[in-house]
Each structure stands twice: as structure tokens, then as C-alpha cells.
Write a protein that binds this ligand. Structure first.
Ligand SMILES: O=C(O)CCC(=O)C(=O)O
Ligand SMILES: [Fe+2]
Length: 331
């Protein structure tokens, strides 16, 4: 829902009018030095201006002829078929509560409150995170859904909504990359007023938001990939900047095409696995300051080169170890 609904508000430009929220990230992006086009011009862009047919697919999701579709679907498990059609799978009561208790104990020992670990690669140092993020049943499920081993790339560990606007995570990857995936782990019953994870089912089969097309809105020094991987601490990353373009475009698309927005309101131990091209967001909390105890993991195909080195987790699965942990973008 547009935040402007029902409230007479004055917006300096239509980007603000359609944005999911005037989050600090959004305001920094639109008031920063990043764009080479005016905000008014950017606000006229449509989804087709920022998205293209992806070059590569996992075998389950790509479009086929009707006959091939029918034959393929007949071979799929219930989870595979659902993932193929909807771009996500929910598994209730999936993570054993003793693993969650062990992880929450670690957080308590470190006095984290609702804060994250300060780095997206804290799973390297803390096996308690890996025991959840690389739970053997999940590693197995990834093989079913993506037809390959997926390695853990980052974890988001703050117990609050990210309040990120609409985006697909794969916008950070090269056009020829295979789809990545995300997993949302509920560490407690989640209060729907804390800003839940929201998504548009089936949007993983839309054209994919493309970083080269988004680059045309940006001054050369703020373009992907260098502005993402080379962002200095405290600077907005490329992903953060272009979300200010993507989010209002998707909001408008939802309104114009009357698309259904779904929320994940889990209980403790539930997980939601989403395809890297599914459009989703972290909703704005209805009640400020409410905890949202969760881990979010991002996973990429293990065999793709150039990410760094994947280590074998002693208890199953793989996780990325970057050349220098200190290079990691702060989460
Ligand atoms: O806050 C959320 O639930 C969404 C986070 C998100 O978009 C992500 O981790 O990729
Ligand atoms: Fe995301």
C-alpha cells in the first residue's frame, strides 16, 4: 500500500509518493549525488525500463513449451512444483528449537539486544549461526529446488525489519549468473506489526531487474559493480542507491496491475526459502521498536567463480570465506 493513501501529503517528487517508506536509506539515496537524471525523470521509468529477460535459469524455473512444461511438472516433487510456480517455499517448524536456543544464548552472552553481529559474515566465527543457516535438511532442500549445492554468502542478524523497499536479490549479480536464493529463519513467533517479510508470488518469472539498465540512471562513478563491491564504510552501496529507483516502480506496478502482496508471519522454527529473482521487501513496522527475531541467509551456486573461497561446513553445506573479513559491507 502506498504510504500516501488516505493522507494528504506534499511530495517534492513522485519517487517519494510511491516509495514503500521514506526510510533513511531512501532519503539518503534521493538526496545524494548519485543520479545523472532528475528525480522527476526517474519517477517516469517503468518496470520494462529496468528489467530484461535473464540469460540463465535453474532447470526448474525457466519458461518452456506447454508440452515440455507438462512433462517437466509431472516429474517434480510438491516442493519443486510450488517453487517453480511461486518462487518460494515455506517449511513450518523446520529448525529444531534447541539450535535456536543455543544461538539466542550466544546473542545474550554478547549482549546484542536486537543488534546484528556487525558483519554479514559472522557465520565464519560463530558455528551457532551455521548450525541454523546450514541445517542439513535445508542443504538437501536446496539441491531439490535449485538442482545444485548452494553456498552461504551472507547472514543478516539484526532482530529488526531491514525496511528495505521492493527488490529482487539477484539484481546484485551479473546478468549471466545463475539465480541465488534467500532463507528467512524465524527464531520466535513473529509479531506481524514488527515489519514482516513480504513478497509477490510468481514475480521470480518476471523479467529480471538488470544492473546495467539501472546503471544508466547513475553517474559513472556510482555504477555497478565497482560502486557495490568497492563502497567505503558508511557509504550507500550500489544496491542501496538503486533501491530508490526499483521500489517506487514496483509499488506502481502493484497498484496498476492489482498484484497481491503476501506477508510471511511465521512461528518459531518456520523458514521461508525464496528464489533470488522473487520481488520482496522488509515491511515498515506498524509498531516501532518491536523485535523481529530472525536470521536471513543469502545463498549462491557453489561452482560460480569469483565470489571467494567456499569452505566445507563440518556439519554439512558450504560457506563463503572472503579474502578479508574487514572488507565486508556492514550489515
Ligand atoms: O527485512 C526483510 O525481511 C527483507 C530482507 C531482504 O530483503 C533480504 O535480506 O534480502
Ligand atoms: Fe532482499
Amino acid at each position: 500500500m502506498s504510504i500516501s493513501k488516505g493522507i494528504a501529503m506534499f511530495f517534492k517528487n513522485p519517487l517519494e509518493k510511491y516509495a514503500s517508506s521514506l526510510s533513511s536509506n531512501f532519503l539518503r539515496a534521493i538526496n545524494g549525488p548519485y543520479f545523472c537524471k532528475s528525480l522527476r525523470e526517474i519517477s517516469k521509468a517503468r518496470y520494462e525500463d529496468i528489467a530484461t529477460q535473464p540469460e540463465n535459469e535453474v532447470y526448474l524455473v525457466g519458461k518452456r513449451s506447454d508440452r515440455e512444461d507438462e512433462m517437466l511438472n509431472a516429474t517434480l516433487t510438491e516442493d519443486q512444483l510450488f517453487y517453480r510456480q511461486n518462487g518460494y517455499v515455506i517449511k513450518r517448524n523446520f529448525i529444531p528449537h534447541d539450535l535456536i536456543a543455543e544461538y539466542l544464548e550466544l546473542r545474550k552472552k554478547l549482549n546484542l539486544g536486537d543488534a546484528g553481529f556487525g558483519t554479514p559474515v559472522s557465520y565464519v566465527e560463530h558455528p551457532e549461526i551455521r548450525r541454523i543457516a546450514l541445517f542439513p535438511e535445508l542443504v538437501k532442500l536446496f539441491r531439490d529446488l535449485h538442482g545444485m549445492d548452494m553456498g552461504l554468502l551472507v547472514t543478516h542478524t539484526r532482530h529488526r525489519s531491514t525496511e528495505r523497499g521492493w527488490h529482487p536479490d539477484g539484481y546484485l549479480d551479473a546478468a549471466e549468473a545463475l539465480p541465488r536464493a534467500g532463507v528467512w529463519f524465524a527464531l520466535d513467533d513473529i509479531d506481524p506489526r514488527s515489519g514482516p517479510f513480504e513478497y509477490i508470488a510468481g514475480s521470480h518469472r518476471w523479467k529480471m531487474v538488470n544492473n546495467q539498465m539501472l546503471n544508466t540512471f547513475l553517474k559513472p562513478e556510482y555504477r555497478w559493480p565497482q560502486a557495490h563491491f568497492g563502497a567505503q564504510k558508511g557509504e550507500l552501496t550500489w544496491g542501496g542507491i538503486v533501491e530508490a529507483i526499483i521500489d517506487p516502480i514496483v509499488m506502481k506496478k502493484i497498484e496498476q496491475e492489482n498484484l497481491k502482496v503476501e506477508s510471511f508471519c511465521p512461528t518459531k522454527g518456520d523458514v521461508l526459502i525464496w528464489h533470488g529473482r522473487l520481488i520482496h521487501r522488509g515491511a515498515v513496522p506498524e509498531v516501532r521498536g518491536l523485535s523481529r527475531p530472525s536470521i536471513i541467509g543469502q545463498y549462491v551456486p557453489l561452482h560460480e567463480k569469483g565470489r571467494g573461497m567456499f569452505m566445507r561446513n563440518p556439519e554439512g553445506g558450504f560457506f563463503l570465506v572472503r579474502p578479508s573479513l574487514h572488507d565486508a559491507v556492514k550489515f
